[in-house]
Every structure is written in C-alpha cells, then in structure tokens.
Design a protein around this ligand. Structure first.
Ligand code: T1G
Length: 697
C-alpha cells in the first residue's frame, strides 16, 4: 500500500482514499497506489461497493503536470482508469473541490458519481495545449452528447455540480462539506439497491442521437475565429468526433494518437511554462512566505480619469470600499459616470446582474479633498506623468494619511524612489502599475522602492490576488520591466518604417506571432500623443531621440482612435484600423526630408528587430536585478501585453529559438545599426558561452 492511497472497509463499503496534497494530482505514486487499492477492494469479499474519495481541499485535480516531458512510468492513467471501469463491483466517485482533467476522467471510469454542491468538474487540458488523454473525449460525450462535450473540452471551462447533474456527468448532488460521509451514504444506497456495474463506455444512446451531426464542422469554424494560431483545440474536436465514428477501443486509440501530437507540440511546452510561471511569480525572491500582511479595508484613488476609474473598479469588484479624489467636481462626476457606464455595459452582456452594478457603485464614493483619506489603508495615485505633481501629491498624502497607510503610485515610467523621497515614510511607498484598461488587464507590476518594507511588498502581492490580478514584483528603473521592453520594440518599429516598411506590415508580423494587436494599432489605442510627449520630454532633457514620422502625426493632430485618425484611420464607432494613404504620404515626405531612400524590408527582419531587441533588453533587466527571474518577464508580457501564452513569453520563446541564434543576430544588428539597444547583454553572452538558457536561471 502506498502512503498516498489507502484502502479500508466501512461496513460493506470498501473505501479507497487518496491523500496527496496539494491537489491530489495523479502522480506515479498515486496511480500505483490506486491500482493496488483497487486490487484490494476487488479481493475484499465483504466489500459490496467501492468508494473513491480524496482528503484535503479537492478531488483529483488532474494528471501531475510536473511529470510532463519526463518518461511516463507505468501504470499509465488510461490503463489505470480502464481497470477501475472493468471492476466486478460498482465503484462510486465522491467529488468535492475541483475534479479536473485526469481527475474527472478517473471519476468517469467509475460507475457512479456523487458530488457536493460546491464542487466543480472540468476538462481544462486545452488550456495546457493538450486534450483529455485518458478517455475524457470518449466517455464524456457518452453522458452529455456531442455539443456539451465539445464546449467543455474546447474551452476547458469548469461546470458546477448542479449543471453537472443536469448534464448526467454526476448522478447526485448533496449539500454539506463532509465528502466522506456523503460518499459513504451514496455508496450504501447503491449497495442497498443492488445497482449494477454501469460502465460509461457502454452507454450509446447519446452517441446514436448525435451520430453524423454537423456540430463538429460548426465547432471547427468557430475555432478558426476564436482559437487563431492554437493547435490543441482543433485536435480536441477530432478526438471527440472519433467517439461518434469509431467503437470505444478504437476511439481510445485515436484519442491517444491525438494526445501525443499535442504533447509533442511546442505550444504545450509554452502553455505549461505559463501555468507554473503564473504561480511562481507570487513567490518573491528574498520575501519570506510568512511576512506579515497589512489589512486593506478601505482604499483611496487619486484621479478619476481612465486609469483612476479602472483602478477603483478593481476594488469595488473585490468588495473593498474605495474613494476617488479629483480636483474639480465635473471631472469627478464624469469619472463616476464612466464607471457606472462600464458596469452597465457588463450587465448588458449578462456577465453581472443589475444588483451587482448597484452594489459595486455603492462601494465607490467621490471627494474633492484628501481629508477623506485620513482613515484609508492604501492610496493609489493615478494622475498624469508629471514628477513635480506626483511629489506634491505624495507630500500632502504623507501629512493626511494615518501612520501605516500605504502610498502607491500607478506611474508607468517615473522613479518610485524619487516619489518616495517626497515623504517621511519611504518604507510605505510602492508602485502599483496597472495596465489599461485597468479593470480588465490582469497584470499588476508591483514596483519596489529601495526603502519599501517587506511588509508593504507582501501586502501588495496579497492585494493583487484579492483584486484578481497577477502581481509581478519588479525593480525601479525607467519603464520597469514591461514598458522598458515595449519602448525598445516601439523604437525599432518606428525605425523600420523610416527605412521602408509600412506600419501595417510591421503590425502584421506581430499579430502573426500571436499578439492581439500590432505596435501601431496599440499606439493608436493608447494615443499617439503619449509617445510623442515622452519623446519631447526626453529631448528637452538633452537625450538624443531621433526625429520620426510619428512626431508628424502628433503635430498634425492625428492622435489615434480618439481622433479617428492616427497611424490608421477609423470609421465612426468602429475600432478596426484601416491603412490610410495620407499616412503613407506623411511617411514618404519624412523620408525625403531625412534623405532616406526607402528599401525593401522583409518580415523576418521585422520579427528579429522587434522581438530580439526585447529579448536583449530582458537580459539586461535580469542582469540588473530589475526582474528576479526570466519567468517574471514572461508573465509580465503574457498578462500585460497579450504575448501569446502558447509561446510561453518572450524569454521562454527565445530559449526555444536558441540563445546562440539570438545573440548572433543581436551582434549583427549592433554592427549594422549601432545603438545602445543592440549592445549585446552580458548575460546573453554568458548564457550562450555556458550553453545555458534563461530558464536555467
Ligand atoms: N499537477 C501538479 N501540480 C498542480 C496541479 C497539477 N495538475 N494543479 C495544481 N498544482 C499545484 C500548483 O502548481 C500549486 O503548487 C498548487 O497545486 C496549488 O495550485 C491525462 C493530461 C486545481 C483549480 O489543468 O487549475 O489531467 O505553487 O495555486 O488557485 O487528461 O491548480 O503550491 O507549489 O493553482 O486553488 C489537468 C490545473 C492536468 C488543473 C486549484 N488539470 N490546476 O487552484 O491553487 S492535465 C489541470 C488548476 C491532465 C489528462 C491530462 C488549479 C486548481 P504550489 P493553485 P488554486
């Protein structure tokens, strides 16, 4: 008997218990233990019915993802489940928490399933670049029919217990939290009623009903739009379709073939890297896990503009009262009206109820004075990027806010240390950099100052989770991690157009890589004036910032979507970017003024110049200690800028290309183009010389 799976009998029920924290994942030890416990239950003549139940927070949450990429050790999961299904006595699975992936597949290999009402079930393998590879694509449709099985398997979404009951995935739902008691009672019922062994694989009525249905073509067509560039969702459809075209055993074989294709895809590697990286980022180097966390019961936000309003919504959504301060009543009223409109729109889409709109609005109040911040636990400043103004505000907050209140800035580029120096409490000052739209984008860059205390850092990381953000701890420098790399990409993109590329050609290379938006479409969304004022500020500070055709757009009032003309033009009420011949003329005029003869620019050069400059900057960010690990940079880009998770993030993607290839190209660009941005990062050279990857750091 293994120490993670035990067998004992209670009356006429043979109980198989899994106890493998944190989520009872189906590691080799658990699989072997389950096979041994099943054998014991089969031999136990006094056990009429067997019960499979788990200790801890949840039923089995899936295969052990940490084993992926390593040689599979027997017993394989599908074979183990087949042994459960072939049992000569009924087996009941008792589900609590989340029965996911191989966990749900194991339950489907049992003969009856009972769940507590708080439980959820799902087959989220597609989110890892996979498909259910232990019979899920063959057994689930036998219970739910084609459409629901396709929906669950191609989205990976969880289904709550009541819906699972309606779909026939579970046979009973009980209130309460004592899953062992619920399981024993249900198993006893099966025993008392002499219920037979009921194998899901033998259920055929849902298969007959949907045979030949065109639902598969419908899902493939939808996925062409929704799952652009992804590999495994299409394989999910193929696998489920096999359940309707092939006998069970052959369907299982087909599923195995398709699963193997997904397992070998680079997208699986990227998505699993992203899965673990998202969890790793919350473990901050040098910050003890048990660092005390301050209670955040009331929050203040300064600025009711786009960012301030979006930031405030995050707290209202989490049930935390928030007060927004503005300087003028009309600005405050406008900001509050925008927030209400955002909630109303979400309610119109059915994502929240009207009652929730009112509940959240009741948590948001407005003020024209910082006096109302005297009892808040945290203030987030979200005014425009002027250091003088921020220093003035922080000086006032330092006077007004209670001792221990945390003072945060949403600045996207300015120095947290310089801001902190305008207060007597630098240990309580931190950067909380939200990404627009602040109530939607999941990334929260948490910028530690030199003097920020561990308690404030831990409180910020904890707060990120409470407001449903992915918090990444970063160091203090110009642009921190995300924008520092974005500015390098932006400068290369502009230069490529100066030299002969068109904006739409550059954008297409980036969207083909998997970004939701190209560089210039993003500039139009953010506002051309933002980049223009940053360039002008840096020129005023004496920096050598080359002239660019985008300056002309700003000077001619082409500011982007907000003026329905920027790099692209936009029709009324439509955000679709349309190439504009007027911009081609402006670019041609600029090239002439600069004496530039436009040249043919290849897509490959665009890809390398836009992306390798980011990787090189990321290496510099790592060697400067601005980011602790390459996975922090990967998560910043996946959740802050839509870098395709199936490529794992810029640093993981670079590792897969090969750092020697990256370095060789960076050195070539340094020779050809010069510029600090192409100076090869020392860390990149070091890793290549040692044959290591970013992921090894
Ligand atoms: N394997 C290994 N470790 C896992 C794991 C898994 N499947 N799921 C979670 N963990 C770890 C996680 O890394 C973290 O570790 C801790 O558990 C808590 O997780 C053949 C092939 C279950 C909803 O995709 O969705 O089955 O950081 O922080 O927010 O068809 O974890 O504490 O060291 O996320 O409460 C399919 C993935 C696998 C489920 C809990 N299953 N997990 O969320 O906690 S593929 C999944 C989740 C498969 C078969 C195929 C969530 C959760 P640490 P957490 P949480």
């Amino acid at each position: 008997m293994s120490d993670v799976v035990t067998y004992n009998r209670e009356g006429s029920i043979g109980v198989i218990t899994v106890n493998y924290p944190p989520v009872n994942a189906l590691s080799h030890g658990v699989r072997s233990g389950l096979v041994a416990a099943l054998e014991q239950g089969q031999k136990d003549a006094d056990a009429k019915v067997l019960l499979l139940v788990c200790e801890g927070r949840t039923f089995i949450a899936g295969a052990d993802i940490r084993e992926f990429g390593k040689p599979m050790q027997e017993p394989g999961l599908a074979a183990m489940i087949e042994q459960f299904e072939n049992s000569n006595k009924p087996i009941v699975a008792a589900i609590h928490g989340t029965a996911l992936g191989g966990g749900l597949e194991t339950a489907l290999g049992c003969h009856y399933r009972v769940a507590v009402s708080s439980a959820k079930v799902g087959l989220p393998e597609v989110k890892l670049g996979l498909l259910p590879g232990a019979g899920g694509t063959q057994r689930l449709p036998r219970l739910t029919g084609a459409r629901k099985a396709l929906e669950m398997i191609t989205t990976g979404e969880f289904v709550n217990a009541r819906d699972a009951l309606d779909l026939g995935i579970v046979d009973a739902v009980e209130d309460g939290t004592d899953i062992r008691g619920v399981g024993l009672a249900y198993a006893q019922k099966i025993a008392d009623e002499n219920k037979p062994v009921r194998r899901v694989r033998d259920l055929t009525d849902r298969i007959e009903a949907d045979k030949g249905s065109d639902v598969f073509g419908e899902f493939r067509a939808n996925l062409e739009k929704k799952a652009r560039g992804l590999f495994s969702p299409f394989k999910c459809v193929d696998a489920v379709e096999a359940a309707f075209n092939l006998p069970f055993e052959e369907g299982m074989k087909r599923e195995r073939e398709l699963f193997t294709e997904c397992m070998e895809s680079p997208q699986r590697a990227g998505l699993i890297h992203a899965f673990f990286a998202e969890r790793e980022v919350s473990k901050v180097k040098g910050l003890p896990k048990d660092t005390p966390v301050r209670e955040i019961k009331k929050v203040g936000v300064i600025g009711a503009g786009t960012m301030g309003g979006g930031i405030a919504m995050n707290f209202a959504n989490a049930g935390i009262p928030v007060t927004i301060a503005e300087v003028k009543q009309d600005a405050l009223d406008k900001g509050l009206a925008v927030i209400r409109r955002n909630y109303e729109n979400t309610a119109k889409k059915g994502r929240i109820t009207q009652a929730q709109v009112e509940e959240r609005m009741s948590l948001i109040s407005g003020t024209l004075t910082y006096d109302d911040f005297s009892d808040v636990d945290l203030v987030i400043e979200a005014v425009f990027e002027s250091m003088d103004l921020k220093k003035k505000i922080f000086g006032q907050l330092d006077q007004t806010c209670k001792p221990g209140a945390i003072l945060a800035s949403n600045t996207s580029t300015l120095s947290i240390d310089e801001i902190a120096a305008s207060t007597e409490r630098p240990q309580d000052v931190i950067g909380l950099h939200f990404f627009s739209p602040a109530n939607v984008m999941k990334l929260l860059e948490i910028v530690r100052g030199e003097k920020t205390s561990d308690e404030v850092k831990a409180t910020a990381m904890d707060l990120a989770k409470r407001i449903n953000k992915v918090g990444v701890m970063v160091g203090n420098c110009y642009g921190f991690v995300g924008n520092r790399m974005l500015h390098k990409r932006g400068a290369e993109a502009m230069a490529l157009v100066n030299e002969g590329a068109s904006p739409q050609q550059v954008d297409k290379v980036l969207t083909d890589l998997g970004f939701p938006m190209g560089q210039f479409a993003m500039s139009d969304l953010a506002g051309i004036d933002i980049g223009y004022s940053i360039r002008q500020e840096r020129r005023k500070a004496g920096e050598d910032v080359p002239a660019t055709w985008m300056d002309k757009l700003a000077e001619q009032g082409r500011l982007g979507q907000k003026t329905r003309a920027g790099v692209y033009k936009y029709e009324e009420g439509n955000r679709k970017p349309i190439p504009d011949p007027e911009v081609d003329r402006i670019i041609a005029e600029f090239r002439q003024e600069q004496g530039i003869t436009p040249r043919e620019v290849t897509d490959q050069e665009i890809l390398e110049r836009c992306m390798y400059v980011m990787v090189n900057e990321g290496a510099k960010i790592l060697e400067e200690g601005i980011a602790d690990r390459s996975l922090d940079i990967d998560i910043t880009w996946i959740y802050g800028y839509g870098f395709p998770a199936y490529r794992g993030g810029p640093m993981f993607w670079a590792d897969q290309i090969g750092l020697d290839v990256i370095l060789g190209t960076v050195e070539q660009f340094y020779d050809d183009l010069g510029g600090e941005q192409w100076k090869p990062a020392g860390l990149l050279q070091e890793l290549v010389s040692e044959g290591r990857k970013f992921g090894d750091l």
